[in-house]
Design a protein around this ligand. Structure first.
Ligand SMILES: [Zn+2]
Length: 78
């Protein structure tokens, strides 16, 4: 398994529905949500778990584990 992406990079690129919505939604409508705890703590990957033969589920240190990273998606990121 290659590890050429930083945990923060992977977290920002999380492909789950929740994160995709966050990325497309405007963030300047609610100032209280601009700075979240996850933004000030250095991100880390606690674990990665194979999903089938072509994807990995990533467990981030902020407790988020909804993202399924397919190998194809990881290739696209690179
Ligand atoms: Zn996500």
């Amino acid at each position: 398994m290659k590890s050429e992406y930083s945990p923060q990079f992977l977290r920002d690129a999380c492909p789950c529905a929740t994160c995709r919505e966050k990325r497309t939604a405007p963030t300047d409508t609610n100032p209280l949500q601009v700075l979240q705890p996850a933004d000030v703590v250095e991100m880390a990957v606690n674990a990665m778990e194979p999903v089938g033969q072509y994807a990995y589920k990533v467990f981030f240190s902020d407790g988020h584990d909804s993202g399924i990273y397919t190998l194809e998606y990881l290739h696209e990121l690179g």
